[in-house]
Design a protein. Structure first.
Length: 126
């Protein structure tokens, strides 16, 4: 019975998505417009703000990844009962510095881009 309920719900959702696609394809059919979903459109300023926030988040992720890479390397060598090699240590530390540098550059570049055209009061925390 549980499987039947799942199949019915999936079929119902498929029909809804199909009707939504058809409503955009045939805008002149009135009853089909009940299934139309118009997502709210963001203004250019809102999209730019979301893009900047996403860039900062990506920079933070790169920095955190740069911090974690050497830890994972050393933890994996301990778990495998082997000793860290000079080559492995060099590669992990170099990649960590590269990731931290890229993350810092992404955040710094995004901050610098935002400062000249900023509205008054929006950069009060900076």
């Amino acid at each position: 019975m549980y499987r039947t309920v799942q199949l019915v719900l999936v079929g119902f959702l498929a029909v809804l998505f199909g009707m939504s696609a058809l409503s955009r394809r045939f805008p002149h059919i009135a009853w089909l417009q009940l299934f139309r979903y118009n997502a709210p459109r963001l203004s250019d300023e809102q999209r730019a703000n979301l893009r900047q926030r996403a860039n900062v988040h990506a920079g933070i992720e790169l920095i955190l990844l740069g911090i974690v890479v050497p830890m994972v390397y050393f933890a994996s060598t301990v778990i495998m009962f082997s000793e860290p090699t000079v080559t492995g240590t060099t590669i992990s530390l170099t990649s960590a510095l590269l990731l931290i540098g890229l993350g810092t550059a992404a955040i710094w570049r995004n901050r610098r881009r935002r400062l000249p055209g900023a509205d008054q009061g929006s950069d009060a925390a900076l």
